[in-house]
Design a protein around this ligand. Structure first.
Ligand SMILES: Cc1cc2nc3c(=O)[nH]c(=O)nc-3n(C[C@H](O)[C@H](O)[C@H](O)COP(=O)(O)OP(=O)(O)OC[C@H]3O[C@@H](n4cnc5c(N)ncnc54)[C@H](O)[C@@H]3O)c2cc1C
Length: 410
């Protein structure tokens, strides 16, 4: 494996750097935009449109859909360079990472023409409506239902509740997984639709998080009318469509983010330790730091391995689950260590005064969410056990049972 840029990649990096220097500015103190900070929505949309103009938005997507027609390695290189400018707006991640690829895979040409380039340019934002109060890890347990309208139009009427829908409050459209047949086993009775989030009967209610943010929402559907042309894939085949979205989700949420071991080291060097020396000289701290350094390097190289596979046209395997397990846990641990080292000041960070401290706090809160989103630690470990290590499958009591007959809590 060669970790250096190939001549073509090096040229791409030079061009990307030059473009970013001119267009993005270089502001090391710029905060990573918070997903729920809708005051940055306009700024994010302008940045997305600027990238789309020159092919730096959705670099691997075909040019005919507004993408850059480039390689996965070029996307990685651009992400690395863009991150140095603090320009990673979260508003588009779910739409472009998960929903729009699903639309591209399952919608007809006219629908794709209508939605894909607009999403690439950041003009419209998408959300993913899968989770429900009793359908999280078991996403196929979805109970939100769609029934044909009784007027012969072929339209569908949606009723039910989704939960944890990130960005629903600023999204224009969503992809929604619903039950269209409760009389067959759970994976066979689902159908996927795209839905206009401004449709009558869609009620979006924000959920307030411990971190003070409000990234996600409950979404209620009450008699929401959806045309049959909004269906993605065949009736009853929604699980296959959802798998495409979920596969992209695992890839999209695997990357590391926030301050890492080197920033923790810098912080510790400026904090007094026992006996007057800096906290960085504490033996226990150094040992933990060495562990994080080792796993961060392991992650980086594993990521390169996955990217090399992508460059060669292979599909990344279930190994990508490892990246998410390790990076989310590490993010949480590093945040916790920083807060402990700062003692009582660790919980009083003011993001306007001490950006790095608030970034560590944010990591600590966000790491918890990341260990759940896109597949919990336990579910990802199940995947690794079954598909990487070949251990026996998880027990299932609902195989071949009609969804309506599956026992459920009272
Ligand atoms: C930040 C964030 C953003 C999110 N954004 C979205 C979004 O945009 N759209 C959306 O649809 N959803 C979203 N979600 C929801 C997310 O997909 C679910 O929270 C996740 O799938 C877990 O489901 P659950 O919360 O219902 O937990 P449950 O599935 O009820 O799990 C509870 C616990 O039981 C464990 N468990 C469950 N089944 C097994 C098993 N078979 N073996 C071992 N352990 C098991 C789980 O690992 C977990 O620890 C988001 C979640 C978070 C945290």
């Amino acid at each position: 494996m060669d970790f250096n840029d190939s001549p073509a990649e090096a040229e791409f990096r030079t061009n990307a750097r030059a473009w970013l220097d001119v267009n993005a500015g270089r502001d090391k103190e710029r905060k990573a935009p918070r997903v729920d900070d809708t005051s940055l929505l306009g700024e994010g949309k302008v940045w997305q449109a600027k990238k789309a103009e020159v092919g730096y938005a959705c670099i691997t997507w075909p040019k005919e859909w507004g993408g850059g027609g480039g390689t996965p390695m070029e996307q990685v290189i651009f992400n690395e360079e863009e991150a140095k400018h603090g320009r990673g707006y979260g508003f588009f991640a779910i739409g472009l990472g998960m929903c729009v690829p699903t639309v591209m895979a399952f919608a007809d040409n006219a629908t794709k023409q209508r939605f894909v380039p607009a999403a690439v340019r950041g003009e419209e934002i998408w959300c993913q409506l899968f989770s429900e109060p009793s359908a999280g890890s078991d996403a196929a347990a979805s109970r939100t239902r769609a029934m044909r309208a009784g007027d012969g139009s072929g339209d569908w009427i949606l009723d039910g509740q989704k939960v944890w829908t990130s960005g629903a409050h600023y999204s224009d459209f969503g992809i929604v997984l619903v039950r269209t047949d409760p009389d067959v086993p759970k994976h066979s009775g689902l159908t996927m639709f795209w839905v206009d989030m401004k449709s009558p009967g869609v009620d979006i209610r924000p959920i307030h998080q411990a971190s003070g943010e409000s990234d996600f929402n409950e979404v209620y559907f009450t008699d929401v009318r959806v045309r049959d042309s909004q269906r993605l894939g065949e009736v009853g085949k929604g699980w296959n469509v959802a798998l495409v979205t979920l596969m992209n989700e695992r890839l999209a949420v695997g990357g590391g983010m926030g301050p890492n071991w080197s920033e923790l080291l810098a912080l510790a060097q400026g904090i007094p330790g026992v006996g007057g020396s800096s906290a960085a000289e504490d033996g226990g701290f150094r040992e933990r730091l060495a562990d994080w350094y080792v796993s961060a390097e392991g992650l980086r190289l594993t990521r390169y391995r996955a990217m090399t596979a992508l460059s060669r046209g292979d599909t990344p395997g279930p190994e990508s689950a490892i990246g998410k397990i390790v990076s989310a846990r590490q993010m949480q641990e590093i945040g916790e260590e920083a807060m402990n080292r700062l003692d009582q000041y660790g919980i009083v960070g003011d993001e306007h005064e001490r950006h790095l401290i608030s970034a560590f706090q944010h990591n600590w809160f966000w790491g918890t969410a990341l260990r759940i989103a896109g597949g919990t630690d336990e579910i990802l470990k199940n995947i690794i056990a079954e598909r990487v290590l070949g251990l026996p499958l998880d027990i299932r009591i609902d195989r071949d049972v009609a969804f309506k007959d599956i026992p459920r809590g009272v």
